[in-house]
Design a binder for this molecule. Sequence first.
Ligand SMILES: C[S@@+](CC[C@H](N)C(=O)[O-])C[C@H]1O[C@@H](n2cnc3c(N)ncnc32)[C@H](O)[C@@H]1O
Length: 205
Amino acid sequence: MQYQFKHNNLISGLIREEEENFNQIFLNSLKLDLDIKQYEAVNNKDIDSDSTSYMTVWLKNIDRLMELIPDNIKLENYHLCDVGCGLGISTIYFALRYNLKSYCGFDFNKKLIREANYIKNNIGKKINFEVANANEKRLEEKPQLLFMFNPFGVKTLNNFINNNEQNLRNNKSIILYANDLWINEIEKSTLINRNHFFNLSSIEF
Ligand SMILES: C[S@@+](CC[C@H](N)C(=O)[O-])C[C@H]1O[C@@H](n2cnc3c(N)ncnc32)[C@H](O)[C@@H]1O
């Protein structure tokens, strides 16, 4: 099914400030002894041409995405996979806030995964981070809650979905897509629930 959703570019400065404050409070609660700003917006194009740089998602958007999931889905049976997890702050947010079966994240940037593994040591939750490229990644056969904060362009997005399509369908997996720039290009989904203001989609297979 193809959609014709519009991307909302009208998010005000005040909203940005509120979202950034919320992130800062969460980051302070982690008591990190490294400055994550040094990893933000560092070009990744040397690894893959359509990849985006690391940037921490507005964490409140994770809560908004979770609200888009229909009530009949039993989230406790789902395994979180943060696709392009970077430093893993988004993965950690899921782990501390939502009761899912397991938590993992992957990123093709080795430096970010090294830091994610360091950061998670203080969290007290079992989280698995690994180096992997979404273009080649084959997901494990289990119900997955995949989180993507606009990690890459349409080429990689389609490679990732096509390589895992049968698995996604068999296990009724769900993609939570934040800043869903390529939402209209996803052809294989069965249903999309969307927050049109924040450009957030929950995609079912
Ligand atoms: C915008 S950041 C999102 C980070 C984190 N998930 C969050 O929401 O805070 C996108 C991440 O995707 C990673 N990425 C880009 N292309 C990738 C690919 N082909 N395979 C794996 N990771 C990729 C980048 O290295 C970057 O860390």
